[in-house]
Design a protein around this ligand. Structure first.
Ligand SMILES: Cc1cc2nc3c(=O)[nH]c(=O)nc-3n(C[C@H](O)[C@H](O)[C@H](O)COP(=O)(O)O)c2cc1C
Length: 212
């Protein structure tokens, strides 16, 4: 079977979405021919090729970071092209979704996942499964399936099995094997460090435009 993985993060190869797709590709080794593509924000040959490959695939996996509770605009152009090609070819690859977000709680991705399902419905793509990854910025701290990424490993094993079997199911919401309060503490530490490096005090982080 042919599987096309589309990375919708503007960070491209260094981002968490690409890391998650690389891990998925490894889990599919020996079971599928996998092609990883990066979405481009503007009309391009690269997106045309991605759309062509997606339309000819058995399964399409779209991964992206959550941006303001939605899908990043950089993915829009590629999705448009894929939709057009799928309609023209009359094919229906099964759609799988991988969303990851910066806050700890994976459920924050639920609306963005729904956006992708609705896009797929509009183009006749059957729904597979979505994995929603909370604390996405921790995805790369450990090999998948180990330490804080133990839950992530389980969810991605399931996703790979579903793709290989051509089936789907409910969204899997995954958070790291790491306490939420420690994640928040380290995020606060990081913001304070950045504030200091920019000549600000920690209290400046709480300033609002209308206080200025
Ligand atoms: C413009 C922008 C908007 C974001 N909006 C959200 C958000 O609404 N909720 C959230 O939890 N994280 C948000 N994030 C954080 C990203 O989802 C998070 O850093 C993610 O892990 C990045 O994934 P990537 O490396 O695949 O791009 C936002 C990041 C940026 C740059």
């Amino acid at each position: 079977m042919n599987v096309v993985l589309v990375c919708g993060s503007p960070r491209r190869k260094t981002g968490n979405s690409a890391f998650l797709l690389d891990a998925l590709a490894r889990k599919l080794e020996g079971r599928a021919e996998v092609e990883l593509r990066h979405a481009v924000a503007r009309p391009s040959e690269e997106n045309e090729r991605t759309a062509e490959l997606a339309a000819a695939s058995d399964a399409l996996v779209v991964a992206f970071p959550l941006y303001v509770d939605g899908v990043p605009a950089s993915l829009h152009e590629a999705l448009e092209r894929i939709g057009e090609r799928v309609r023209a070819a009359g094919t229906s690859p099964r759609l799988y979704v991988v969303a990851n977000n910066g806050f700890y709680d994976a459920r924050q991705n639920a609306l963005a996942v729904e956006m992708l399902w609705l896009w797929g419905d509009a183009h006749g793509l059957p729904r597979g499964r979505a994995v929603a990854v909370g604390a996405g910025e921790m995805s790369q701290v450990a090999p998948m399936g180990h330490g804080p990424s133990k839950n992530l490993g389980r969810a991605f094993d399931r996703l790979a099995d579903d793709i290989a079997a051509g089936c789907g199911g409910e969204t899997l919401f995954v958070e790291p094997n790491f306490p939420r309060f420690l994640y928040r503490l380290s995020a606060h530490h990081m913001w304070r460090k950045q504030a200091k490096a920019n000549g600000l005090k920690p209290r400046d982080l709480k300033r609002r435009a209308f206080d200025a």
